[in-house]
Design a binder for this molecule. Structure first.
Ligand SMILES: [Fe+2]
Ligand SMILES: [Fe+2]
Length: 463
């Protein structure tokens, strides 16, 4: 098929045999006047499913195209530019509904024999695998883009310095910005400093440990001054070699759900207040005691960095901690003089009675245990079980200190109020002995900040 001279000329570049081995199709096609193949190697026959190049030579070039629009475009471009490079199209395979993707490079050649003889010489390659990969890549990219743009969650990617490198539309809309305007910024550009610092710490922790943060619930202060409640999941992002190159986060607004939860919670708290009220009506001498203990405990726990959920648990424990007194005879509770040993023992019973009332019920936290332990002391000299330090849970340690602080500064039927200084002395003298050292230090610090005035007065208590 190929002239001897032609072969010699091609040998230093690519001959038919080499092209066949490489799977590259070489062809020469007479466009005018005959419209037929002059030469073609077996690679083309192979990729199109024909037995030999002779089978291809019987075919018209334009009939190889799966899409006639592509064939028209190909010949139009070839005619116009006299050459065409890497034209990608699909060719029909013999006896199969499958197509094969090819890339054609060709040029037009005027035959020396006369102007009326026009040829096309060229090569083409099977690029099906490449196209499949490309399509897969574009599909995944498109899918990813779709997810980013249409998910009603804020999605963001940060680099190792916690700078934002990509956000989705929803994230940007939250700040009334375009995604591109956010690139390069950090959380410190959008959130109050302490909140941004928490986010920064979380990201840094992920980068250091590789451990994700899943479904963290937090309240976020928005630029318009309102709060929303969100759940956030953050994961590390790795490069091909498995090295951490940044973090990715997805944040969902659950404010509406939070409002429903808050409503339910308010209902529970209102029920507790009713219980409180019953206790107060029965025993006016301890009026407001549990609410004030709750305020003290909350202040201490907040200062110690406890989570919102844990503080809520502590507050509920404080509200209920003396509910067992409802079962103690009033004449003993309000006895003006010194209590006998038996009477004191009866009063001590309020802890156990309260525990027994609460224990059968389900709580997602150790509320009954915290109440059971609120009169225990680290040195084991508390009641009812005489537990020693390692057995006393942190909730009970805060409750104990809050209870003492409030009780000593309030009037009782059997004594006048002892005052803040006396209460502070009791805590200080017994720090690390009866009471937890860190909690005492925190309580005393708060007292000092309040000029040793009670920060739990009735005025400070919301009804
Ligand atoms: Fe108590
Ligand atoms: Fe109490």
């Amino acid at each position: 098929m190929i002239t001897k001279n032609h072969c010699k000329k091609e040998e230093s570049y690519l001959n038919f045999s080499t092209a066949d081995k490489l799977g590259i199709c070489l062809f020469k096609y007479q466009l005018y006047p005959t419209g037929r193949f002059l030469t073609v190697n077996s690679a083309l026959a192979k990729i199109l499913g024909y037995a030999s190049p002779n089978d291809i030579q019987k075919l018209k070039f334009r009939n190889l195209f799966s899409d006639h629009k592509d064939s028209e475009e190909f010949f139009r471009d070839l005619k116009k530019n006299k050459k065409i490079k890497f034209y990608e199209t699909r060719f029909k395979k013999r006896k199969s509904n499958d197509d094969v993707w090819v890339a054609i490079t060709a040029h037009m050649k005027q035959a020396a024999s006369g102007k009326k003889h026009v040829c096309m010489e060229g090569m083409l390659e099977d690029i099906t695998k490449h196209k499949e990969l490309e399509e897969k890549f574009y599909f995944e990219k498109h899918l990813f883009r779709n997810l980013l743009d249409n998910l009603p969650d804020a999605i963001y990617f940060k680099d190792r310095k916690n700078r934002i490198i990509k956000v989705n539309r929803f994230y940007a809309q939250g700040f009334k910005m375009k995604p591109a305007e956010i690139i390069g910024k950090t959380d410190f550009d959008f959130f109050p400093k302490d909140q941004a610092q928490k986010m920064f710490n979380d990201d840094t922790h992920i980068l250091k440990t590789g451990k994700p943060i899943i479904g963290k619930i937090e309240r976020t202060l928005l630029p318009n001054g309102t709060y929303n409640c969100v759940t956030t999941t953050k994961i590390p992002v790795y490069d091909k070699k498995g090295k951490t190159i940044g973090t990715m986060g997805i944040t969902r607004d659950i404010t509406a759900y939070d409002h429903v939860e808050q409503g339910r919670l308010n209902m529970v708290i209102s029920s507790l207040k009713v219980l409180d009220k019953v206790l107060e009506i029965r025993d006016p001498y301890t009026f407001g005691h549990t609410r004030r203990v709750s305020i003290i405990a909350e202040k201490i726990a907040k200062r110690m960095g406890w989570s919102e959920d844990r503080i809520l648990e502590l507050k509920m424990s404080a509200e209920l901690h003396d509910i067992g007194k409802i079962l103690i005879p009033l004449e003993i509770l309000n006895k003006p003089g010194k209590l006998s040993e038996l009477e004191f023992k009866l009063i001590q019973e309020h802890v156990k009675k309260c525990y027994e009332m609460l224990k059968p019920h389900d709580f997602p936290f150790p509320l009954p245990e915290a109440i059971y332990q609120h009169h225990e002391r680290l040195n084991g000299k508390g009641y009812p079980r005489g537990l020693s330090s390692s057995k006393i849970i942190p909730e009970a340690r805060i409750l104990a200190i809050s209870d003492v602080l409030e009780a000593m500064t309030d009037h009782r039927p059997y004594r006048a109020a002892l005052g803040i200084d006396e209460a502070a002395k009791e805590l200080k003298d017994n720090s690390g002995i009866k009471y937890d050292k860190d909690i005492v230090a925190t309580a005393l610090k708060i007292l000092k900040e309040n000029d040793h005035k009670p920060f739990w007065t009735d005025q400070a208590i919301k009804p």
